[in-house]
Design a protein around this ligand. Structure first.
Ligand code: ARG
Length: 231
């Protein structure tokens, strides 16, 4: 075909909900999206010889965008689970995560998840946190657009706790000068992140896994991991 069409075909259209530091976020001083997922998908694209184009979408809009084929893949700290597997394919797992809880510094009544009975909890809409907290008995759940909105609501005392992914909670507490809040140790779940791919595109899933495997073998994955998690 025409050169322009060839170049077009090479673009890997990526969706992400850019609200999840250190996985995906926008740093005021930089134009490009930052984070572990951003570096990983750019490295995967490079390995595949494809240009990567990242679109910022709401987290609950990512799977619909994959189904509608406006994006090829979604990388967004997305937990691999059976419910989602009914609608999308996942790459091999690339990060081990899980859910923890953030409360105000002076909180005395909430020390573990079972203390949430009768309490108000904020979660990001469409996430595993939302699904898991809804399973807890006697909890009033407030679903907000982003984790940042949830933390604001906690500080404003509109809720008593925020349930969210552990690495994001830890980053928020340590890097974001989050005063007046603390993260609790107990883990509600263990979860693995995967790159989501359109259900009909098993070929792309294979290519992504092959590129990912290469990055694990050549040390590139470890470098990206060390950059964001310092290990
Ligand atoms: N791991 C959780 C899930 O899959 C939360 C992911 C939220 N990601 C984001 N970029 N806001 O539901």
């Amino acid at each position: 075909g025409a050169p322009a069409a060839d170049k077009q075909a090479k673009v890997l259209k990526v969706g992400s909900s850019i609200d999840f530091p250190p996985f995906e976020f926008q740093d005021e001083t930089q134009k490009e999206y930052q984070g572990f997922d951003m570096d990983l998908i750019r490295a995967i694209g490079k390995e595949m010889g494809r240009e990567v184009e990242i679109q910022n979408l709401g987290f609950d809009g990512l799977i619909p965008a994959l189904q509608g084929k406006s994006i090829d893949v979604a990388i967004s700290g997305m937990t691999i689970n059976d419910e989602r597997k009914a609608n999308v394919l996942f790459s091999d797992p690339y990060y081990q995560s899980g859910l923890t809880m953030v409360v105000r510094q002076d909180e005395e009544a909430i020390k573990k998840f079972s203390d949430l009975k009768g309490k108000k909890v904020a979660v990001q809409i469409g996430t595993t946190s939302a699904a898991e907290v809804k399973k807890l008995e006697g909890v009033t759940v407030t679903e907000l657009n982003t984790p940042a909105d949830c933390f604001m609501e906690l500080k404003a005392k509109g809720v008593d706790a925020v349930v969210n992914d552990r690495p994001v909670n830890d980053y928020f507490i340590t890097k974001n000068a989050a005063q007046g809040v603390k993260v609790l140790d107990e883990k509600l779940t263990a979860e693995d992140y995967g790159i989501a791919i359109n259900k009909d595109n098993a070929e792309l899933q294979k290519e992504i896994n092959a590129a990912f495997k290469k990055l694990k073998e050549n040390g590139e994955y470890d470098k990206i991991f060390a950059k964001w998690f310092g290990e």
